[in-house]
Ligand binder design. Structure first.
Ligand code: SAH
Length: 551
């Protein structure tokens, strides 16, 4: 595992296939990482289209970057974001053959530690240029996981004092500094203080172990101010807070969620106080426990489970919303029809993919609630948009019909994230055939009677709506599509343009335009989206559109 306090898994970015071996060697050292490669050029884990744009997106999302190309290319690509003080993840340039490792950015976030680790893989010396780090063979300002630097400006002053010849000593427990080559002296005035308490007004370097747990019994009002005040009463530094714990009955409290967000700590739920209340510090109705060292929040009770229903879009990675990508990256369990779960991958070792048959929707939705109510982060995937002939409705139906028997399902944080539906993806490729009023219809009679489908097609055709047909035809439904076309023809001209999109956004994508007169079941299958134009839909060169106006 990485010893660096980078919080997020690294992204290893390559341009060409020649760097892939080196990238995979680095990846093997950091199990949660993915290799990002230029689409159609490299067989990496994640494909990108535009190197600069992709690098900037990752950088802004605070993802530590190991880029296998020249330092100059990386610098030029990121130049436009360097002003943005909100993000400065570690960024390293690594020579394609692993012969040079150059830490570029993210000094406070452990870039040099990363550089040393990666350089060690290739048995070379990293190109470290930070003076404090060179002198002390350790960056004092990038403590490991579980510890936080109180104040960067103070930290910089401290390091320059040491560089100017001052001596130092460590107060408290800082095992990682044992290896550092510091100018130590028992009577030194520059003190590294490892403490959960606020340290003011001296030349010391305070580093807070994240060792404080707050127990909030009453979460019925603003917890942020109370937490701040409670910590202040005991002189505890807010960054020392490791977790907020609360009774399981308060799981849906927004006040708690806001407080956890504001302090950037995990929120955990337990049946009772997770520490001995007799030894707790109390303030503002909150009990604080101060452990001797960093606290592992995941060992306290359990989290509030989340269930996020996402759509992957039609297939192209860049047609997936950032919100859906984020949910996937956070997920512990991913459920869905096999094909879509595979599309959503690859996953890292501690993510569980649950593959199911396409027909078991309600059962899958119930399983998702069971997992989420154990405190897990669950994602249910659909293709396209999850609300269009897909899992979102099944998930809501499972909750609606199951919440009385399973009251714990109501405490799950349920979110539906929209996606690009196949009709919209296909329409965009063709131009704008859905530019005016339209309707979407599923031609599958698995879940509704065929007679209903016929009636709807007739009414939609009569209303002169453009129509997007999903699930057009399968082996079990061989004749229905031709019947549907026959109904449309009763109301619409044989010259009406029809867009056929097959595997849109996926390998083997095919888009064509035919006329309603030509349309028949031999031209379509279950991977096809059919868009039938209205009476105003037009075609010129390769484009199809339905104008905004209406006669
Ligand atoms: N939730 C999905 C639809 C699921 S129904 C969405 O919003 O897109 C499945 C049907 O969608 C398929 O039978 C096909 O008609 C259509 N479809 C899904 N992905 C497609 C793609 N990439 N290209 C063309 N049609 C697609």
């Amino acid at each position: 595992m990485a010893s660096v306090n980078t919080a997020k898994p690294l992204a290893i970015v390559v341009l060409g296939g020649t760097a892939l071996d080196t990238a995979r060697r680095i990846q093997a050292r950091y199990p949660d990482t993915r290799v990002h490669g230029l689409a159609n050029r490299v067989a990496a884990d994640i494909a990108y289209e535009d190197f600069g744009a992709h690098l900037r997106e990752l950088y802004r999302a605070n993802v530590p970057l190991v880029v296998l190309c020249s330092a100059g290319i990386v610098i030029r690509a990121l130049a436009a974001c360097l002003d943005d003080k909100c993000a400065e993840p570690p960024v390293l340039a690594v020579a394609q053959d692993g012969s040079a490792v150059v830490p570029l950015l993210g000094g406070m976030r452990g870039v040099n530690v990363l550089a040393r680790e990666i350089a060690a893989l290739f048995d070379i010396a990293p190109a470290i240029t930070t003076s404090g780090e060179l002198r002390f063979s350790q960056c004092l300002l990038a403590p490991p996981e579980g510890y936080v630097l109180a104040d960067i400006e103070r930290g910089k002053r401290f390091v320059s004092n040491l560089l100017a010849g001052e001596t130092t000593r460590v107060e408290g427990h800082a095992p990682w500094l044992d290896r550092a080559d510091l100018p130590r002296a028992v009577d030194a005035t520059c003190v590294v203080r490892i403490t959960p308490h606020v340290v003011d007004g001296d030349d010391s370097l305070p580093i807070h172990p994240r060792c404080v747990t707050a127990w909030i019994e009453d979460a019925s009002n603003d917890c942020i101010e109370r937490l701040r005040a409670g910590l202040r009463v005991h002189d505890l530094a807010p960054p020392a807070l490791a977790a907020i714990a609360a009774p399981s009955s308060a799981m849906t409290s927004e006040w708690l969620a806001q407080a956890a967000e504001a302090f950037g700590v995990p929120l955990r739920f337990c049946e009772r106080t997770p520490f001995d209340p007799a030894h707790a510090l109390n303030g503002e109705g909150i009990a604080f426990d101060v452990a001797p060292g960093p606290v592992d929040a995941t060992a306290i009770g359990h989290a509030r489970g989340t269930l996020t229903v996402i759509g992957l879009g039609p297939g192209r990675a860049d047609w997936m919303t950032p919100a859906a990508k984020h949910a996937l990256a956070q997920a512990q369990d991913i459920l869905g029809y096999e094909t879509y779960v595979r599309m959503a991958g690859p996953f890292h070792a501690d993510q569980h993919a649950h593959l199911t048959d396409n027909r078991e929707e309600l059962q899958r939705a119930r399983h998702a609630f069971e997992l989420a109510s154990e405190g897990r982060r669950v994602v249910v995937v659909s293709s396209g948009d999850p609300g269009v002939f897909a899992m979102a409705a099944a998930v809501l139906e499972a909750l609606d019909t199951g919440r009385v028997a399973h009251p714990e399902w109501d405490a799950v944080k349920l979110v539906v994230e929209p996606g690009v539906s196949a009709s919209l993806g296909t329409a965009a490729c063709a131009g704008a055939p859905l530019g005016h009023d339209f309707c979407v219809l599923s031609l599958s009679d698995n879940l509704k009677p065929w007679a209903t489908i016929e009636t709807r097609i007739a009414h939609a055709a009569q209303a002169d709506l453009a129509m997007a047909f999903y699930n057009p035809l399968s082996k079990a439904r061989p004749w229905q599509f031709d019947r549907a076309v026959e109904i449309v023809r009763q109301y619409r001209d044989a010259a009406t343009p029809v867009v056929l999109g097959r595997n849109i956004g996926r390998p083997g994508e095919r888009l064509r335009t035919v006329t309603l007169g030509e349309l028949n079941g031999t031209l379509v299958d279950m991977r096809t989206m059919i868009i039938v134009g209205s009476s105003t839909t037009k075609v010129f060169s390769d484009w199809v559109y339905t104008p905004r106006w209406y006669a």
